[in-house]
Design a protein around this ligand. Structure first.
Ligand SMILES: [Zn+2]
Length: 215
């Protein structure tokens, strides 16, 4: 049986201290994480308990509450960290935000993230993702859409009933509103499952009826 016959699973995880929605995608024994919030040691325990090999970590944007575990994880597993390069400048602000959460600082030295831009990538066998550039909450914000599985990860561009902040470094209200419109204009099916950077998940139908910015 080829690996392509193993159905992928998608799981939203709320790592301690609960704040950010992380998504674990698994095919067979291979896993990738989107927005690896929390402690690297907690992720290692989870991966080990499930017998999973980490293959990569993807980040929606460069705020520490979306990548806190990543520098250590990518070093330990020797895998790439994908982040849009427009957000590299934000990494210098990571520890201030981690202090706020009483979380350990990221290592002083860490491997350079790999740039992620608009286009389609195969992240695991049989799992394609479309990268959509959605700046505004930060300059390098991206969303991830899995066309074969009807799942959209918006990061902090969009929440179920609101949009992300645009008052932090790299934030831009007009760019953010354009990015939200870009997601709307994709005309995704109503039943598309949407995971936001924080808060409850939604669907495209819910966003159309409940989110005044989603137009
Ligand atoms: Zn953010």
């Amino acid at each position: 049986m080829s690996q392509n016959n193993i159905a992928p699973t998608f799981e939203v995880l709320h790592m301690e201290p609960q704040n950010t929605n992380s998504v674990l995608v698994v095919v067979g024994n291979d896993a990738v994480i989107f927005d690896a919030w929390g402690l690297a040691s907690d992720w290692e325990k989870l991966l080990t308990a499930r017998g999973l090999r980490l293959r990569a970590v993807y980040t929606t944007h460069g705020h520490a509450d979306h990548f806190s575990a990543t520098p250590e994880l990518v070093e330990k597993y020797d895998v790439p960290w994908y982040l849009n390069h427009e957000d590299l400048d934000l990494l210098q602000w990571a520890n201030g935000l981690l202090d706020f959460f009483e979380m350990p600082h990221i290592p002083a030295r860490f491997r350079e993230p790999v740039d992620v831009n608009a286009g389609t990538m195969e992240i695991l066998p049989g799992v394609r993702v479309d990268v959509i550039e959605t700046p505004g909450h930060s300059a390098g914000g991206v969303s991830y859409y899995f066309p074969d599985f009807g799942i959209l990860l918006t990061g902090d561009t969009l929440f179920r009933d609101s949009i992300g902040r645009y008052d932090m470094p790299g934030g831009d209200m007009n760019a953010l509103l354009q990015s939200v419109s870009k997601l709307y204009d994709m005309n995704l099916p109503d039943e598309t499952y949407v995971v936001h950077g924080h808060g409850v998940d939604s669907t495209i139908a819910m966003l159309k009826s409940e989110n005044p910015y989603f137009k």
